[in-house]
Design a protein around this ligand. Structure first.
Ligand code: PMP
Length: 384
């Protein structure tokens, strides 16, 4: 082997020693079903973010309009009429003035935070925020404080102590946290943002399509849709396609089109993908029964494992259900036992979650059947 890469081989060996190596495994999904095939074996898929079953439906039922390449970045020639339509639809759904699409949710967080927060500004970021928020904060020239997860007293104390020293302050949080499925205390954060003249940014990646009467996200569910001025979303989870978006005041999206490098310098989303996303957004709005079914399945699973597992208490049982086992090895072993029973549940390990909290992360979809949920519950109880 090329000796210049010995240091990498050594690191990989170290990952192995920690039970922390990640490997790409080809997994074939089956159109229309929450089933994946791995090494020739079919498993019920509890690892996907296809919360409403729309990604699985796509390949069989959706006529795709437009090409699979956009040819250039949005500011050159890549911005299609259907992209404009989707932006308008998303802005209306989210009850904001404006929307701008990004190549992914990751790019939306990265580009938005790094464009808005400058030298002389302060960012307060939740300790459990997604990697793309963390990287957006790192890329910006602002000063950053990471506050303990959902600790609004810590946010208040930081604002009280530091607000005056900074030109602008941004509070950035996931709305629904990706690894625990718990909610950010958005109402209190809105109050604090108001009191300390700060700007709240919420990442609705796991909220869009799932929460709220119209399905627009957790901000709607918690009644703060008009109080969180900038919201970031992804087309890749409940919307079942791919891409990211930011909604907010017209001046903000206009500014992002001029300053967000991950949007300006990256090829625009292809029209076929955008039109599929648009069709799915319309379907989500027209079919609230998918969301209702998802919550029923989540409650069903929680009820059936309650005697064996302690889950974080939730005011509304969301679609992400964490089963914390502790060590990396235990999580991998538990995931393998479920796979042996025909159930795919990914083991999530540090650094994605804090050390010592490796877990099985169950993602539910409205397309799961009661019988599949019951099989999962029984297998999870069998681990105890
Ligand atoms: N934010 C959160 C909270 C996420 O969980 C994810 C996806 N894992 C993203 C942003 C990134 O979205 P995308 O997959 O569209 O890049």
């Amino acid at each position: 082997m090329d000796a210049r890469f010995d240091w990498i081989a050594k690191r990989l060996k170290q990952f192995d020693g920690e039970g922390a190596t990640r490997r790409l495994a080809p997994r074939q999904s089956q159109p229309g079903r929450m089933v994946i095939q791995s090494d020739g074996i079919n498993m019920v898929n509890f690892g996907s973010n296809d919360y409403l079953g729309l990604a699985a439906e796509q390949s069989t039922q959706r006529p795709e309009h437009g090409s699979m390449g956009s040819g250039a970045s949005a500011l050159v020639t890549g911005f299609s009429p259907v992209a404009l339509q989707l932006q308008q639809r998303l802005a209306k759904w989210e009850a904001t003035e404006s929307c701008v699409l990004f190549p992914s949710g990751f790019a939306a967080n990265l580009g938005t935070i790094s464009a808005l927060a400058e030298a002389g500004d302060l960012i307060l970021s939740d300790a459990a925020n997604h990697a793309s928020i963390i990287d957006g904060c790192r890329l910006s020239k602002a000063q950053r404080f990471v506050y303990p997860h959902n600790d609004t007293s810590a946010v208040a104390a930081l604002l009280e102590t530091h607000r005056r020293r900074f030109a602008r302050v941004f509070i950035v949080t996931d709305s629904v946290f990706s690894m625990d499925g718990d909610f950010a205390p958005l109402e209190t954060l809105c109050d604090l943002a108001d009191r300390y003249d700060s700007i709240l940014i919420a990442d609705e990646a796991h909220g869009t399509g799932v929460f709220g009467d119209s399905g627009s996200g957790l901000c709607e569910h918690l009644g703060v849709k008009h109080r969180v001025p900038i919201r970031i979303g992804t087309l890749s989870k409940a919307i079942g396609a791919m891409g990211g978006f930011v909604v907010g005041p017209q001046v903000v999206t206009e500014y992002l089109v001029n300053r967000a490098r991950s949007m300006i310098y990256s090829t625009a989303l292809p029209p076929a993908l955008v039109s599929a996303a648009l069709a799915n957004v319309i379907q989500i709005q027209e079919e609230p029964q998918r969301r209702a079914q998802l919550f029923e399945l989540s409650q069903r699973l929680r009820d059936r494992v309650a005697s064996k597992w302690r889950l974080p208490p939730m005011s509304t049982p969301g679609q992400i259900v964490p089963f914390v086992v502790g060590s990396n090895e235990e999580a991998v072993r538990a995931s393998q036992r479920l796979a042996d029973a025909g159930l795919f549940v990914p083991a999530i390990r540090p650094p994605t979650v804090p050390a010592g909290t490796a877990r099985l992360r169950v993602s539910l979809s409205s397309s799961h059947s009661d019988e599949e949920i019951d099989r999962l519950a029984e297998a999870l109880c069998g681990l105890r």
